[in-house]
Design a binder for this molecule. Structure first.
Ligand code: UD1
Length: 429
């Protein structure tokens, strides 16, 4: 298994290109199941999760062609995928495939909408809390699906097709909103979703669905209206930049000090996180090409932050902010309200010398100036990158084990950081 070795202490200076958003690319690829024509997606990040979803879609009969390099392409540019679900040959998504990536459960929506049936393995437990799918099932049942649970599978049928309905989510759910949106696009009549997630990736998917002929308005707000259509067609869409990758590198610069241009980043996708970085003492300057983040001289100030759905501070940046606060001049507090159990990084950060205590959903972090390198273990995607951030500022050498978690969500992490002066390398095997 690969490991990442980091020797801390270098400032970051230079340019980091921001990749396409994983959390938009995955549902966009799944949306290709809604049409028998080709969906072309540009700026798809090269990530393990994307490759895994390619395998899952392939099992349904989807052909995916990855376009080769074009003149003038930059090595960091995302890939272009041509996705064709002309013939869906299998409406079952088996346990072996779905258990590796939760988001693959979402194929249930387009399969049901287009093929009137789907049998999809329940995703099972997950390291960051129970993460149930009850609200996804509720939304599909509202649209007229009959769903039973059999042998660990959700078996869904809609023999006469889905019908528009009112879906009110009692809790903000990104997965529930994606599923409701995709299913309602091909349902008969009007669907109104209230309590919808407002995350930018939802608006990006709705944008793409509209290019495919869907009639969706209000995506990006908590009330989305969908006029169902009988058929969707092919389209071309560019995946929006990854706000979590952007925030992660911004925190890394705030941690080490230095001055980095985050190329292609869009500030409006993560304003709440940028505001916190400014409070913490970083200088954040949006410009035409992206966002410039710097911290020179001044130390890191402590902050008090609570995660919440968009436009609040994202749970996917909670671990990274905690890493940054381990070096603050004073005591910080971070409260996690989206996922229970999302504090696995605390134990590992402690191995580097961080002083963090937990009380329910709140972590209290006493800043210290003496992080020291150590062997640590990646536990989930965002937790593992928080260890990288801490290691970049720690004295001496850190090895991060189980880096396959990082490869799920961060494209060429070690290349991007070493290009800015970090001492970081992958050790294979
Ligand atoms: C997505 C993101 C993930 C991010 C999360 C919150 C993708 C691929 N993943 O995950 O990176 O951390 O949004 O911004 O886009 N819930 C239920 N019942 C359900 C569904 C969800 O109770 O049927 C709960 C979850 O347990 C959690 C909360 O709702 O406590 C939010 O979950 P949700 O927004 O659905 O997260 P994901 O879509 O899984």
């Amino acid at each position: 298994m690969d490991r990442i070795r980091i020797v801390g202490g270098n400032k970051l200076n230079g340019t980091i290109p921001i990749s396409g958003a994983k959390n938009a690319a995955l549902p966009l690829m799944i949306a290709a199941l809604l049409t028998d024509e080709t969906l072309i997606l540009d700026n798809v990040p090269r990530l393990a999760d994307v490759a895994q979803l390619q395998r899952i879609l392939g099992n349904h009969g989807v052909d995916i062609m990855s376009a080769g390099k074009r003149p003038g392409d930059h090595e960091y540019q995302g890939q272009t995928l041509h996705i064709s679900a002309a013939n869906i040959v299998d409406t079952t998504a088996p346990y072996e495939l779905v258990s590796k990536m939760r988001a693959s459960f979402w194929v249930i929506a387009p399969l049901l909408a287009r093929m009137k049936e789907a049998k999809v393995s329940l995703p099972g437990g997950c390291a960051i809390g129970t993460r149930p799918v009850d609200l996804l099932i509720m939304a599909l049942e509202k649209l007229g699906a009959e769903i039973s649970i059999d042998g660990g599978y959700a078996v869904a049928r809609a023999p006469t097709g889905l019908k528009g309905a009112e879906i009110d989510f009692p809790k903000v759910t990104v997965s529930g909103t994606h599923v409701a949106l995709m299913a309602a696009a091909l349902a008969k009549g009007t669907t109104i979703i209230t309590g919808a997630a407002c995350e930018p990736e939802i608006a990006d998917v709705a944008d793409c669905l509209n290019k495919m002929g869907a009639k969706i308005s209000g995506a990006g707000t908590s009330r989305i209206v969908i006029e169902g259509v009988t058929k969707l067609h092919g389209a071309r869409h560019t995946v929006l930049p990854d706000r979590i990758e952007t925030g992660t590198y911004a925190m890394a610069v705030a941690m080490t000090g230095g001055d980095v241009q985050l190329e292609g980043a869009r500030p409006e996708l993560l304003q709440s996180a940028l505001d916190v970085l400014v409070q913490a003492g970083a200088t954040v300057t949006p410009n035409n090409q992206g966002i410039r983040v710097a911290r020179n001289g001044a130390g890191i100030s402590p902050v008090k932050v609570t995660t919440s759905p968009f436009p609040g501070f994202p749970t996917d940046l909670q671990a990274q902010l905690m890493a940054l606060m381990t070096s603050a001049k004073g005591t910080s507090q971070i409260t996690e309200t989206i996922f229970e159990n999302r504090f696995m990084h605390v134990q590992e950060l402690a191995r580097l010398g961080a002083r963090i205590s937990l009380d329910g959903e709140t972590a209290t972090i006493e800043g210290t100036s003496t992080l020291r390198g150590a062997p640590v273990m990646a536990t989930d995607l965002r937790a593992s990158v928080s260890l990288v951030i801490a290691a970049l500022a720690a004295e001496g050498e850190t090895t991060v084990n189980r880096v396959y978690h990082l490869d799920r969500g961060f494209e060429r992490l070690e290349e991007k950081l070493s290009a800015c002066g970090a001492t970081i390398e992958r050790i294979s095997g």
